[in-house]
Each structure stands twice: as C-alpha cells, then as structure tokens.
Ligand binder design. Structure first.
Ligand code: F6P
Length: 344
C-alpha cells in the first residue's frame, strides 16, 4: 500500500485547497493512503498529520486558504528538527511527500530529496509567481485579479479628488503582481524590484502627466522595490526561518506618497493592499491550474518519479527537476514591463 503525505507551506494563496483536493482525489483513485500534514514542514517536525478521504476534501475547491494550515517552518534550521522530520516520515512509512509551496517550501523538498533521499514531488504556489520553470504558480492569477479590481476602484476616487494614489502590492524579489496587476488596472507608473527607479524620475513623469492635463495618477509599487534616492532599508527587525524580513514594516507606500507630495505639491494618498491579495475564492484559472498540477504530482508518485515539480509551460503540464526550479528565481520579463510603460 502506497502512503502519501501532502503539505502546504509558506504564505497561503487561494487555490491551495484545490491542489490538496486534486492530489488526494487522484491518489485515492490509485488506492493510496493519503495523509494531510498540518502547517507545512512543522507538521513533520511535530508529527501532526491527519488521514484525508473523499469526504475530508469535499466542498473545498472554491475555498481560499488551506485546510491543512501553513507555516514558514524550515526543518533545516535546527538539526533536531531535521531529525524529527525524517523520523516522522519513517514512522508514518510515507512513500512520498507532496510539497505545495513556493521557493522556500520547495527548496526544503529539494534538499530532503538530494541530501536524505526523501521521495518528494513539488507543486508550485506563490502569489509572487517567481518560481523558475513554471509560467504560472497557483495563487498569482487570483492575486492580480484582486489588484486590478482594487485599481478600478481607486481610479474613481483618485479622479474625483484629483489626487495621486500610491498603491503597494506584494512582491518581495519579483514584481510580477505589480506589473501584471498594474497593466490590467491601468497603472500610470509601476515600480518593481527588478527595474532601478528614483523618486525624482517618477515625479518628473507625474509632472509631465499633469502638464498634459491629467489630474490624477495611480502609482503601483511592489513592496520589495527600492528607490535610488529614498532610504527605506532601516532595521526591519527579526528575520523568519528562511531569512526574510517583514516587508510590510517598511511602510514603503506611505514614505513614497509623502515624498511625491513634497516634491510635486500634488495631493497624494497611500494604500497597502496587503493580505487581501491572498484572500477570497480562487479564480477559474487558479482552480484549473491547481487541479492540473495536483493531479500530475499524484501521477509522479504513481510512476515513482521523485525530485520533480509539476509545472505549467505554455499550455502543457511538464515535470521540472526541483534542482533546476530552485537554481534561480523567475523575475519579470522586461518586455512585459515595457508593455505596461507604453500606457503611463
Ligand atoms: O511569499 C509571498 C508573500 O506574499 C510575499 O510577497 C510577502 O512579502 C510575504 O508573503 C508576506 O507574508 P506574511 O505576511 O504571511 O509573512
């Protein structure tokens, strides 16, 4: 009897439940025993698992969040935790672990496979959409849909009051959400980590817009963006288990808004979309993507093919070695960013 464990790690996104359901349903079809591992890698460290059945994954396709819970636990952080993780896998006699996550979660899966021969299969999810080897990650489409809807709403109030609005969206190292959300929502300026920018240059553009008769502007900034002429990298406190600081503590949008108002005299407000971007029901695209990737992960287990991530390339689901997916980060395609610039 094949025994398979499934977990969701890192920041939650809508579509995780759809992926859990897909892995579970396909696995049950193969006659596997399926275990839900609670709260990402923490569930293996602490031995918190629950059997999953047709009934337990029923009615979750459209529900955001994750029925298994999530965490940013890194079992490689402490030798003890790694030992506990390996012990749980042995004790439960797991023949495979399906890890649904972003760079951090899949990075752990890759190391467990490479260094400890744990049979793993990966499924990429992150609203940041920065996992290499897949065109889309679960959660990205829902996040950009939320951003574009928010920009539609912000347009009317910005226009009514003839203001500038600085809208901060998530995106730590890659500006996919800012670029695609901004493109879809008609942003007048987009700032992302990949493209160097200065407040001076941005203000120059805003002044040009006002000179052309535009009385309001929407600026979208990714939370991880840097401005050459603005200090925002003060001490942000403790780092998480993967070495990340809390970017929401930078207060980037508010700092930028104050600077814009000071330099241009245009009345400016700031908005942080924050975790709204990770909430709600998954879009059709995310439901279908999560279902296709989850089914492929279960198929890999059936085929005994481990150390791979199910990925979307073009319209095909393909298997990408986790080592390759973890070798670099997928940053924004410059052509896409330039496309958005045409409409500034
Ligand atoms: O990793 C995805 C992400 O959404 C980042 O864009 C963001 O910086 C981070 O998660 C915030 O996560 P949390 O507030 O849950 O720690």
């Amino acid at each position: 009897m094949t025994r398979i464990g499934v977990l969701t790690g890192g920041g939650d996104v809508p579509g995780l439940n759809a992926a859990i359901r897909a892995v579970t349903r396909r696995s049950l079809e193969y006659g596997f025993d399926v275990y839900g591992i609670r709260n990402g890698w923490a569930g293996l460290v602490e031995g918190q698992v629950e059997p999953l059945s047709m009934r337990s994954v029923s009615g979750i396709l459209h529900v955001g969040g994750t029925m298994l819970g999530s965490s940013r636990t890194n079992p490689f952080k402490r030798p003890d935790d790694l030992e506990k993780t390996l012990n749980t896998i042995r004790a439960l006699q797991l023949d495979a672990v399906v890890a649904i996550g972003g760079e951090d979660t899949l990075g752990v899966a890759e190391r467990l496979y490479r260094e400890h021969s744990v049979p793993v299969a990966g499924v990429p999810k992150t609203m940041d959409n920065d996992v290499w080897g897949t065109d889309y990650c679960i959660g990205f489409d829902t996040a950009v849909t939320t951003v574009s809807e928010a920009l539609d709403k912000l347009h009317t109030t910005a226009s009514a009051h003839h203001r500038c609005l600085v809208v901060e969206v998530m995106g730590r190292h890659a500006g996919w959400v800012a670029t695609v959300g901004g493109l879809a929502g008609g942003a007048d300026f987009i700032v992302i980590p990949e493209v160097p920018c200065t407040i001076a240059r941005m203000c120059e553009h805003l002044r040009r817009r006002y000179a052309m008769g535009k009385r309001f502007s929407i600026i979208v900034v990714a939370e991880g963006a840097e401005f050459g002429d603005l200090a925002t990298s003060e001490d942000l406190g403790e780092k998480d288990a993967f070495g990340h600081v809390r970017l929401d503590r930078r207060g980037l949008a508010e700092t930028v808004a104050r600077e814009v108002e000071r330099l241009t005299g245009f009345e400016t407000r700031s908005v942080v979309l924050g975790h709204l971007q990770r909430g709600g029901s998954p879009t059709v695209f995310d439901r279908v993507l999560a279902t296709r990737l989850g089914v492929r992960a279960a198929d890999m287990v059936k085929e005994g093919k481990f150390g791979y991530m199910a990925a979307l390339q073009g319209n095909q689901i393909v298997d990408v070695p986790l080592s390759e997916a973890m070798s670099k980060m997928k940053t924004v395609d410059p052509a896409l960013y330039q496309l958005a610039e045409i409409f500034y």
